[in-house]
Write a protein that binds this ligand. Structure first.
Ligand SMILES: CC(C)(COP(=O)(O)OP(=O)(O)OC[C@H]1O[C@@H](n2cnc3c(N)ncnc32)[C@H](O[C@H]2O[C@H](COP(=O)(O)OP(=O)(O)OP(=O)(O)O)[C@@H](O)[C@H]2O)[C@@H]1O)[C@@H](O)C(=O)NCCC(=O)NCCS
Ligand code: ADE
Length: 249
């Protein structure tokens, strides 16, 4: 789903996504305040987990039960702690160790209740949202952020660079949103299609744009939506922004 329409989701609109995002402002503020200059220990993990679950409830109340941003709350909780580490060490780019601790601190060892994502990871024996956090968000750190910056360097517009970063995530993420809706056929279509876009030079190039349009059409036909990749793109843009030399603390 994007500003063109609801895509494969019958229950999502841009207005609903925006309402959901606004409902999360207090959660994100609380996550930032609690994580600020604190070690990523068990106490913080519990606090962040509690805030995340409360945020999820507020989000669900604002959307009448539609999961709009569960993965984004998850990613932002970890990213906030990543920022704390970077600031404390006076670095602009921290290593995977920092991010791994952040992922753990975000509560990824928390109680396992039923979710579509968890069911997909069991059914297809693949890593999901929890594992992405436990592995220190490799799709953000190793794929999306480098691609975003490379595309900008190559002269792409900001929108094109962001689309390329999304493609970089989609080349290899086992997105449980896609798996739940369209199985392995959907996941293969997503990964192959995203690779084709980048191989064709990315979304700044006519061939890349054609590959992107074909991917969009194929995903729609399969009822597949890369909702997990969307959340990881949001985490990427957040980290990119706070690591920017122009960001005011
Ligand atoms: C630990 C949790 C993240 C729970 O994770 P779990 O594994 O149990 O699964 P889900 O709750 O289903 O998944 C969490 C969301 O993460 C996104 N995601 C999916 N795959 C990946 C991946 N490989 N890596 C990273 N992130 C991933 C995904 O978010 C998007 O999907 C939404 C739509 O999903 P769905 O509910 O399936 O809805 P639809 O397909 O639309 O269904 P229908 O229309 O067919 O009905 C989309 O909007 C995105 O948001 C997953 O949803 C966590 O939830 C948890 O434990 N929380 C409590 C603790 C906590 O929050 N701590 C705070 C940290 S700050
Ligand atoms: N643009 C999007 N489309 C589908 N699911 C999402 N979850 C978060 N952003 C999304």
């Amino acid at each position: 789903m994007d500003s063109r329409g609801n895509g494969a989701h019958h229950d999502l609109t841009l207005a609903l996504m925006e309402r959901s995002a606004h409902s999360l402002t207090p959660t994100f503020q609380a996550l930032a305040q609690q994580s600020w200059q604190r070690p990523a220990d068990i106490a913080l993990r519990q606090t962040v987990g509690r805030l995340g679950r409360e945020g999820e409830k507020q989000m669900m109340a604002a959307t009448d039960g539609v999961n709009t941003h569960r993965g984004a709350i998850w990613g932002a909780g970890a990213a906030g702690q990543r920022r704390r580490d970077a600031r404390r060490h006076g670095q602009r780019a921290a290593g995977c160790g920092d991010r791994r601790r952040a992922g753990e601190a975000a509560g990824c060892r928390g109680p396992k209740v039923f979710s579509k994502g968890l069911r997909a990871t069991h059914r297809y024996q693949v890593p999901g949202a929890r594992e992405e956090a436990q592995q220190a968000f490799p799709h953000v750190m190793q794929r999306a952020l480098p691609q975003l910056r490379l595309s900008r360097l190559n002269g792409s517009s900001e929108t094109q660079a962001r689309l390329d970063a999304l493609m970089a995530i989609m080349t290899s993420l086992t997105d449980t949103c896609v798996l739940s809706r369209a199985g392995l056929e959907g996941l293969d279509a997503m990964q192959d299609g995203a690779r084709a876009v980048l191989r064709a030079g990315g979304s700044a190039h006519p061939a890349g744009q054609a590959a992107l349009a074909a991917l969009d059409e194929q995903m729609l036909a399969l009822n597949a939506s890369p909702g997990g990749a969307a959340d990881l793109l949001a985490a990427t843009l957040f980290l990119d922004r706070i690591e920017s030399p122009y960001f005011k603390h």
